[in-house]
Design a protein around this ligand. Structure first.
Ligand SMILES: O=C(O)CCC(=O)C(=O)O
Length: 268
């Protein structure tokens, strides 16, 4: 990294290196909150940029619209330079490299926002059910842009559930899948809520069962920057094993199309 890049990184992000104890916790529990990955400045800068994009592209919450329409803004790294820097070379990439291995691609970047008044829950699911990737070691990272609590719709997950592997959706779920919602019948009492502070990052295994409830607060938004990382050679099982396209952010890949993907966007 150049001196300029290192300085920029330090202004915006807190470097994370997982300890052996944290790695063991992740292996056992399937998730970890690593604390603040965004500095105060990084947090504010990211919020300022993504809110501009959000207001340009999204409308008021409408209960008749889908989760996708109400709560997701895809490819946010195309619209925010701070997200791009964070997604391509920030702390989540260091985490992915420690957890997955030396070769990493950035597989998804999106806003998952439950603004106040958005009471839509997101049922139990695994992220690998939405786009089954092989090898089965991808991670999802959630970076909180607001304090998140049960009241405003924080994440819930089932600790250790990643060990059960890829969930087999029922017929009802198969139908739902076509509508891009994959729900699983999970005993709610197993769920543990994951309150977060703004600027913190929680990551979890692609088989982790998780959900969130609606935002029931009248005056607090619940904004998350969501990023997913995979082995650079990960393929899409549902797509005849085609390589998942995503920017190569560490190491190398055997797929030229991955090597070329978004390669014109700066890494730092
Ligand atoms: O943002 C949320 O409330 C849930 C997000 C989630 O479960 C996901 O994106 O996989």
């Amino acid at each position: 990294m150049s001196t300029d890049t290192t300085q920029k990184y330090a202004e915006l992000f807190n470097r994370i290196e997982l300890t052996d104890e944290q790695m063991n916790m992740y292996r056992e529990q399937g998730y970890l909150n690593v604390g603040r990955t965004l500095t105060d400045r990084g947090l504010q800068q990211m919020i300022d940029e993504v809110m501009k994009a959000w207001h340009q592209q999204k409308q008021q919450f409408d209960p008749k619209r889908t989760w996708l329409q109400n709560s997701l803004l895809s490819d946010i790294h195309h619209l925010s330079a701070t997200v791009r820097r964070y997604y391509f070379s920030g702390p989540p990439v260091d985490i992915a490299q420690q957890v997955i291995g030396p070769n990493i691609k950035a597989a998804t970047a999106q806003l998952t926002f439950k603004m106040r008044g958005n009471t839509q829950p997101f049922d139990w699911h695994q992220d690998n059910a939405y786009g089954e990737l092989d090898p089965y070691n991808a991670i999802s990272t959630l970076t909180a842009l607001d304090d998140a609590s049960e009241e405003n719709g924080c994440l819930w997950l089932v600790p250790g559930s990643h060990k059960q592997g890829q969930a087999k959706p029922t017929d009802r779920d198969q139908k739902a899948k076509r509508e891009f919602v994959v729900t699983l019948d999970i005993d709610d009492s197993l769920g543990v809520s994951m309150p977060m502070k703004a600027g913190e990052c929680l990551f979890f295994h692609c088989h982790m069962l998780h959900k969130s409830e609606g935002n029931l607060s009248e005056n607090r938004d619940r904004r998350i920057m969501f990023a997913r990382y995979a082995d650079a050679d990960a393929v899409e099982v549902y797509n005849d094993g085609a390589p998942r396209l995503g920017r190569l952010v560490r190491g190398k890949t055997r797929f030229p199309e991955v090597e070329a993907y978004e390669a014109d966007l700066p890494l730092n």
